[in-house]
Design a protein around this ligand. Sequence first.
Ligand code: NAD
Length: 304
Amino acid sequence: MTDPAADPGPIAFIGLGMMGLPMASRLVAAGFSVRGSDLSEQALAAFAAAGGIVCASARTAAQGTTIVITMLPNGSIVRDALLGSGGAALALAPGSLVIDMSSSAPMETRQLAEELSAREVFLVDAPVSGGVKRAVSGTLAIMAGGDPAQIERARPVLSAMGSTIIATGAPGSGHAVKALNNYVSAAGLVAACEAVLIAEKFGVDPNVLVDVLNVSTGKNNSTELKLKPFILSRTFASGFSMALMAKDLRTAADLSEQLGVDAEGARDAATLWAEASATLGKAADHTEIHRFVAGRSVKPEQGG
Ligand code: NAD
């Protein structure tokens, strides 16, 4: 920690998966004392190897802390890890702060903020973008919703994990912006995959197509960082699962519905990714959307 005056004491970190482990490791490396919990023994062993303090439950991890970070698959798991039996919030003193860095559903986050507030515990939703690579380098983009004073309180901790922290407004707004970001990102990825398939069919080397896109107006995060490393190489190893992306798109589509905004693209994206996730299974990486789109693109032979 660069500023000892900003030391919040030990921090609890719940959820040490593909993202949580490198993020918690950044906190340890920055000098924070980090108490971690996860359901996976493997995740806990890796956390111990990174210098973290392994705890048996979320509640145990939160004991003696005033800041709890969650990095879990979705908002209902976050709620359970905080307020269920053995939940972290049960160990927190009034005035403590929960920072939910998962990609949770914004309306659920509003509700959670109210429930925590009844216990005099603050909530900042601070989801991230940038994937595993930027979690490892501590250069995530962080979008933070909640009371500005609590975002400032969280800033020294967030700064150890991210290089950009943008306050987005009221509680839940970080999660809203995150779901919308992933909608735009997923739409760009599907467009890029379709472009590869069409170019190949025309006889254009897909690597050449990517080179052209990346110096042209079609450039996006997927053309730059996903097509060659994960899709054309067929490694499909970005570290972000298809199931989680499908969840984010469902969140974006639900949000549009809840707000009465007719967003056909978001609805279609949620349907497409749900089908892809159901077809390719739990272990699929989100970049395998290319395989799904390719499978769908083959038109049946014309009869007679
Ligand atoms: P992950 O599945 O790799 O990790 C989730 C971890 O949570 C697992 O280790 C699991 O054992 C643990 N867990 C589940 N339920 C638990 C509970 N009740 N108590 C304690 N631990 C529990 O997922 P991830 O890729 O690290 O993603 C985490 C969150 O970050 C998700 O909300 C995801 O949408 C978001 N996210 C992921 C990426 C990415 O590139 N992977 C990028 C940005 C945001």
